[in-house]
Design a protein around this ligand. Structure first.
Ligand code: ATP
Length: 249
């Protein structure tokens, strides 16, 4: 059963839906990872998708990106169905994905990694590079360095920067805080806020529920393939069930 927490914020309801997942079922062979989830991200929002290990968060993002095909249900983007659209075309529609584990090209330089993110345009636009370097000055300093030699936090910045080079309207972020020191996580979350302020809608997958709820407008909780709770992030922050299960009481 899905429990809606309070009412939606009036500003959030005013914006049109950019992304809609409708009764989405996704599996890996005999394993059903998503058991009919419904989720909406409105234009301009930061929406957090929370849940424990194995809940199905990465599966959700990989299905939106076209890396996985749903068994049934729909992925709608800007009102059009995109389930079945191959991943490279999904990028061209304006959906950027910073994957779990970063997946930077270790032997390539920072600059080469960023240029890979611009492949939908054929060639990187210098204005996009300038924007990424303004958001992540560390990447500018290390532009000639092999990505494999970067720290974990810098690799996370690179994964996000690479996704931004495709000039996405919707940015999917898979656990940007994973394995990073709290001070680095705080910096990254400030940058995610800035990216959103600049006009990019964000769907943020996180196990770090406190940080994610502090940043997000709304949030969904996924438990073994089912959305169990959703609502405004501030309401979830104060919900006793969420506090108990995800915020350490
Ligand atoms: P995590 O933070 O650990 O990645 P998650 O919430 O992102 O967790 P998913 O990676 O989406 O969870 O996994 C959801 C379910 O699907 C889990 O039961 C997982 O074991 C299973 N699963 C994920 N990837 C595969 C795969 N390639 N083959 C088979 N089962 C998989």
């Amino acid at each position: 059963m899905t429990v809606a927490v309070e009412t939606e914020a009036p500003t959030a309801t005013a914006a049109p839906a950019l992304l809609e997942l409708v009764d989405l079922h996704v599996g890996y062979g005999a394993i059903t990872a998503l058991k009919g989830i419904d989720l909406t991200v409105r234009q301009g929002e930061v929406v957090a998708l929370l849940g424990a290990n194995g809940a199905g968060k990465s599966t959700t993002l990989r299905t939106i990106s076209g890396l996985l095909q749903p068994v049934s249900g729909e992925v709608r983007y800007g009102g059009e169905r995109i389930d079945g659209v191959p991943a490279h075309q999904v990028v061209s529609l304006g959906i950027g994905h910073s994957p779990e584990g970063r997946r930077v090209f270790a032997d390539m330089t920072v600059l080469e990694n960023l240029r890979m993110g611009a492949y939908r345009f054929g060639k990187a636009d210098p204005a996009d590079l300038d924007r990424v370097f303004a958001l992540f000055p560390r990447l500018a300093e290390r532009r000639r360095q092999a990505a494999g030699t970067l720290s974990g936090g810098e690799q996370q910045m690179l994964a996000m920067g690479r996704a931004l080079m495709g000039r996405p309207d919707l940015l999917l972020l898979d656990e940007p805080s994973m394995g990073l020191a709290p001070i680095i996580v705080a910096q990254l979350f400030d940058i995610i806020r800035e990216i959103n302020t600049q006009g990019t809608t964000v769907l943020l997958v996180e196990q770090n529920a406190a940080q994610a709820l502090a940043l997000a407008d709304r949030a969904y909780v996924l438990e073994t393939g089912t959305i169990t709770v959703h609502g405004p992030a501030t309401d979830l922050l104060h919900d006793p069930r969420i506090r108990e299960a995800y915020l350490g009481g």
